[in-house]
Every structure is written in structure tokens, then in C-alpha cells.
Write a protein that binds this ligand. Structure first.
Ligand SMILES: Nc1ncnc2c1ncn2[C@@H]1O[C@H](COP(=O)(O)OP(=O)(O)OP(=O)(O)O)[C@@H](O)[C@H]1O
Ligand SMILES: [Mg+2]
Length: 503
């Protein structure tokens, strides 16, 4: 690869926001036909560097060269002219438009009367989907699609732009395994055509699977560039964190007393045809994992428990007492917290500050004294920011200005500050860096150690195996298996059970 020429060169790029340098003389180069990983902790500057290449931000100093020529990129249009396309970490689709309209949004086909040519848009979109091997109805409204299909539509949109350089910012965050496979196949095809790809991800396995080289950023500086064939995952992690070793999460067997009254009991939960007669008990101090394929009904189950979606049947008990939960307010009053899967949309108000977001779920618990003490409020917010290492640690900063991973920390901080008794977590570590992942899992353990309970949905099996006491495997909306952690040998064993392969 390294003998190929540089399609893109970014030299000595610096960028500050509000007087704070977030990129400090960073150089970055991509050769033709390579897949180049861009790695670093939350807030390291990955998205910012790529947004400069895409014309979202303008660099303060430095130079960009595309195909050997100095490039001046100040807008999307400029970037497209240079053949640069990007799939953003935050979705950029318009929910009310169709898939086809979104794909050709900024360069819609006009017929000879200069009207929007719906037919041509649909025809071309179908071609793109075919090329990607995707079975998506291009006339469907984006708002009606699941997360995974929305993600794939984003990718289709970027590819349809005839990009020579494609930037993907954490593209697999909401994809299931088969969808990831499909995406990787597409990426390989694109590189065979000479397209170069920048791949931002916190997932080491993916980086090794498809990338040729890796550039590592730390605190806005370029730390290293390697061929992946020449560096170990441990070395990468050490470069990313700047520390020699990062704690790995190993299972610590603990005994949960299951003769007592369950802290929570669900029986016969029904949600349309998506959740079918699900029953389980949860004991004080227990961490219960929900494993399953994407679309197996895990998210629907916890949403219904939390009162976000209507239950069509079933009963709930807390500490042995029947309870009815019709909406999230009632769930919170009963001591539940839900850290939702789609955090950026469901968990945060982007234009509000970190402080406002953290307080949103907490005002009722803080106002029981009939007055709100400013110092109390500020303490809650400061403690949250500290314990979750929200960076930068500024309570009044608008959430939209934080890096993706730091936005996720704010959602978790917000719900933890309500001091919940039963915590429902839906993929809590998607998009957070390796150090923070371990911190979140430690938090899960700490909650359980206080005698509270956690229901944890995760597609990362090592995570489930690391912290859970029991795991329910959900398949087609039903509890297919209930497994004690000590009866699961390893990740492969659990993977086979999840896939429904007899072991
Ligand atoms: N528009 C903005 N205004 C102010 N600060 C910003 C803005 N965009 C990013 N930042 C800050 O720049 C730094 C780098 O952010 P960036 O989004 O590039 O990180 P990242 O490496 O992509 O992290 P993550 O893995 O969490 O997505 C962060 O401290 C972030 O808060
Ligand atoms: Mg980012």
C-alpha cells in the first residue's frame, strides 16, 4: 500500500474552538485504494479532522492536498468537487423524505423543465442499493426505517456521490453482524475500484479486519502511523490512551441470593408481535444480561417496561408489589432509569447545556424540598461531570459541541444522577472509547454492589460475559434460553447460543 501515491494529504492542520486547540499541527495522509483507520479517545479530534476535510469546519492553519494539488475546501460542495464524501457520526438524513430523495438530496435530478425528477431519483437510488447489495425500499420514508437501515442509507448517500475518498465516522455503531459483513464487502469493492476510505472506529476487531493502516490521535496531536500488520492491539491501545496498560474486564464470580423477593418481576410481557410472553425475575444486586441478534426484541422489551411503548399484556412487580407503569414518569417514580440505545435523539436536547441535560431527569427528585438550591444543583452536575469524565468538564457548554462519546457520557450521567434502583441499559458503550467502556462496566458493577439491579443489553458479548450474573437469550421476541454466567464457557459458546446453533 505504502508505495501508492497519496490521494489526500493534510499537513500541519490546527484548529481551535473558543480559544481551545483541538487539533495541533496534525498531519494525515491516505493512499489510493487503502482503508485507513483513524483512532483515538473520545474528544481526541477524529471527527473534527475529518469535518475539515469535508468542509464543515475551516482549518485555522495548515494545508490540504488532493491528488497532489493544493485544495481549498470551505463547503460540502467544495469537498464533493474533490471527490470527498462523508458518513457522519450524527445522522444527516431528513426523516420526512424518502430514501431516494435523501440519497440525491443535494443534487436532485431535474427533468427538462427543471422540476424535481422523482422517477430518475428512484431509478438511480435503486441502482446504488443494488450495487451495495441492499434490500431497501427506496420509496419508504426514512423515519419509518430502523436505525440500521437509516445507517445504510447514509452510506448509500455518500457512495452515490461518486466519492473517490470516503470517510466513515463510526459507521457500524447501530449495525448487526450481518449488516457489518455486508458493509465491509461493499467497502472492499470500493477500494478495488481505487476508492480510498478513512475509517473511524473504537472497535479494534473491525480495524484489524478491514484496515491497512492506522493513524492514532491523542489530545489533538498525531501520535503515530502504522501498518496494521506491524502493530499489536495492545500497542494501539497504549498509544491511544497514553498509558502502558489498560485494565481488561474479567468476570468476577459473585453469588446473588435468589431466595429473597425479587427486586423486579415481569410476567407475560407482550408488545404486539415483537415481544412475546416474556417473563423473568431480577434480584437485588443482580446484573441480568439480554443477549440476542439485532431485531430480536430486546430494545422493545425494555422500552415497554419503562413505559415508553404500550404493553399489550403482562404484569410487573417491584419488591413483590404489583405496579402499573404507563409512561416514563411513572417508571422513574418507581426507581427505574433507562439509558436508551438511540442516545443522541432520545436522551439529549442538543441545543441545551450539559447542566440542563443532566438536570432534565432530576428536577423532581431535587425539588422535593419545595425549593431548588442552586448549590445543590451545581453539586449534582459537578459530581456527574467528574465521575463520568465528561470532556471538556464545562457544565454550561451546549451538548451539540461535545464529541460523540462525550455526549453519551452525559446521557449516562443524567440518568445515574436520579439515583435509580433498577437500571435498564441499552447498548451503553456504543461509541465510547476503550478506557470509558471499562469505566461504564465498572459502574454497572458498582450499582449492583449497592444492592440495586441492572438489566444490560449489549451486542458486545465480552461485555456481557464480563459483568453479568445471568444472561437471557432473546430470540424472535421470546426468552429462548436462560443461562447462569458460570455455565457459559466463553464468547464462542455464547455466540452459538445467540445464533441458535445447538451446542
Ligand atoms: N463545534 C464545536 N465547537 C466547540 N468545540 C468542539 C466542536 N466540535 C468539536 N469540539 C471539541 O473538539 C474536541 C474534539 O472533538 P471530536 O468530535 O473531533 O472528537 P472525536 O475524536 O471525534 O471523539 P469521539 O470518539 O467521542 O467521537 C472535543 O473536545 C470537542 O468537545
Ligand atoms: Mg467523533
Amino acid at each position: 500500500m505504502s508505495s501508492n501515491f497519496n490521494v489526500v494529504e493534510m499537513n500541519d492542520i490546527s484548529k481551535s474552538f473558543f480559544g481551545v486547540k483541538v487539533l495541533d499541527s496534525v498531519s494525515f495522509a491516505v493512499t489510493s485504494g487503502e482503508i485507513h483507520a483513524l483512532a483515538g479517545e473520545n474528544g481526541a479530534g477524529k471527527s473534527t479532522l475529518m469535518k475539515i476535510l469535508q468542509g464543515v469546519y475551516t482549518l485555522d492553519s495548515g494545508e490540504i492536498h488532493v491528488a497532489g494539488e493544493k485544495a481549498s475546501i470551505h463547503s460540502f460542495q467544495d469537498a464533493r468537487k474533490y471527490g470527498i464524501g462523508m458518513v457522519f457520526q450524527e445522522f444527516s438524513l431528513v426523516p420526512e423524505l424518502s430514501v431516494a430523495q435523501n440519497i440525491f438530496l443535494d443534487r436532485e435530478h431535474k427533468n427538462s423543465f427543471h422540476f424535481f425528477d422523482e422517477k430518475e431519483t428512484i431509478r438511480q437510488s435503486k441502482l446504488v442499493m443494488e450495487e451495495l447489495g441492499l434490500d431497501i425500499d427506496v420509496t419508504a420514508k426514512v423515519s419509518t426505517l430502523g436505525r440500521a437501515f437509516q445507517q445504510l442509507t447514509e452510506i448509500a448517500k455518500a457512495i452515490a456521490g461518486d466519492a473517490k475518498i470516503l470517510i466513515l465516522d463510526e459507521p457500524t455503531a447501530s449495525l448487526a453482524k450481518e449488516e457489518v459483513d455486508a458493509l465491509f464487502k461493499v467497502l472492499k469493492q470500493l477500494t478495488a475500484r481505487g476508492v480510498s476510505i478513512v475509517y473511524i472506529s473504537h472497535r479494534m476487531d473491525e480495524i484489524y479486519r478491514i484496515c491497512d493502516r492506522i493513524t492514532i490521535l491523542r489530545d489533538g496531536k498525531k501520535i503515530a502511523v502504522y501498518l496494521l500488520s506491524e502493530i499489536s492491539p495492545q500497542e494501539i491501545i497504549a498509544h491511544i490512551t497514553g498509558r502502558k496498560d489498560v485494565e481488561m474486564l474479567t468476570h468476577e464470580g459473585k453469588s446473588v441470593v435468589r431466595s429473597s423477593t425479587p427486586i423486579f418481576e415481569a410476567s407475560g410481557i407482550q408488545v404486539g408481535s415483537r415481544v412475546n410472553n416474556v417473563s423473568f425475575k431480577l434480584y437485588p444486586g443482580e446484573i441480568l444480561g439480554l443477549a440476542g441478534l439485532m431485531g430480536s426484541g430486546r430494545t422493545e422489551l425494555v422500552r415497554a417496561i419503562f413505559g415508553l411503548d404500550k404493553k399489550d399484556g403482562g404484569k410487573l412487580k417491584i419488591d413483590g408489589q404489583d405496579v402499573v407503569i404507563k409512561n416514563p414518569r411513572e417508571a422513574i417514580a418507581h426507581g427505574f432509569a433507562l439509558i436508551p440505545e438511540d442516545r443522541r435523539r432520545q436522551g439529549l436536547v442538543m441545543e441545551h447545556s450539559v447542566k440542563q441535560n443532566i438536570l432534565a431527569a432530576n428536577l423532581s427528585s431535587l425539588s422535593h424540598l419545595n425549593f431548588l438550591s442552586f448549590s445543590m444543583i451545581n453539586n449534582v452536575v459537578r459530581d456527574s461531570i467528574e465521575s463520568f469524565e465528561v470532556r471538556p468538564p464545562e457544565a454550561n457548554r451546549e451538548v451539540r459541541l461535545l464529541s460523540g462519546g462525550n455526549q453519551q457520557k452525559v446521557v449516562i450521567a443524567k440518568w445515574m444522577a436520579t439515583n435509580p434502583k433498577i437500571v435498564l441499559m441499552d447498548e451503553p458503550t456504543v461509541g465510547v472509547d476503550i478506557g470509558t467502556k471499562v469505566e461504564i462496566m465498572k459502574l454497572v458493577r458498582a450499582i449492583a454492589a449497592e444492592g440495586k439491579s441492572v438489566i444490560l443489553i449489549s451486542s458486545e458479548l465480552p461485555e456481557l460475559l464480563g459483568v453479568c450474573d445471568r444472561i437471557l437469550v432473546i430470540r424472535k421476541g421470546e426468552v429462548a434460553e436462560e443461562l447462569d454466567r458460570k455455565n457459559i464457557r466463553d464468547e464462542d459458546h455464547l455466540q452459538m447460543i445467540v445464533q441458535g446453533i445447538k451446542v
